[in-house]
Design a protein around this ligand. Structure first.
Ligand code: FMN
Length: 170
């Protein structure tokens, strides 16, 4: 038997949010880009808070940080699109994490509701906002999926312990 792994235990409070973030980061997720239209053109954010919620009705959620400079755009948007990134889209993940308007130069295709659509993703969910819930320093955006698409192949971009990786299905 090997030595027991070192464990850190704590009660979350305002003084140890870094540790809580690290603990949350032990949950491996995929990576999405959420887009919406705005007066300032296409707005996007990289988000790993996406969760599928309901099949019938088709519902999904994600959580934007209230402190984000992009928050007001998503708070106002009646429609948004969630793009599940493929392994080869890591550069897009970082570009959009750094710049809300990274898509501006790309002149992305717009949905009938004016939402920027990115191609080449593993899946895409075009949503109408159904509800916004209080989520502390984040908001919880529940979306009704109006249209969805999925790619038949491709590996996933993954996020774990603050790092991007690739998840390849066997
Ligand atoms: C992999 C990854 C996942 C992220 N997930 C979220 C998220 O779910 N919600 C969120 O508000 N920001 C998330 N972010 C941060 C935003 O993408 C972006 O970096 C941040 O909003 C930048 O600050 P600004 O909006 O003030 O420019 C994530 C960033 C990365 C790289």
């Amino acid at each position: 038997m090997g030595a027991a792994p070192e464990v850190t235990r704590f009660a979350p409070d305002a003084g140890n949010t870094r540790l809580l973030r690290d603990a949350f980061g032990r949950f491996a997720t995929g990576v999405t880009v959420v887009t919406c239209g705005s007066d300032a053109g296409p707005v996007a954010i990289t988000a790993n808070s996406f969760t599928s919620v309901s099949l019938d009705p088709a519902l999904v959620l994600w959580s934007p940080a209230r402190a984000s400079r992009r928050f007001a755009h998503f708070d106002r948007a009646e429609h948004f699109a969630i793009h599940v990134l493929a392994a080869e889209q890591a550069p897009l993940c970082w570009a959009i994490a750094e710049d809300a308007h990274a898509l501006r130069g790309e002149a992305p295709r717009l949905s009938p509701e004016g939402v920027p659509l990115i191609d080449g993703c593993l899946a895409r969910f075009e949503c109408r906002r159904k509800a916004v819930y209080d989520g502390g320093d984040h908001a919880i955006m529940l979306g009704h999926v109006l249209r969805a698409e999925l790619r038949e192949d491709g590996d996933a971009l993954a996020f774990f312990r603050g790092r991007i990786g690739v998840f390849a299905a066997e």
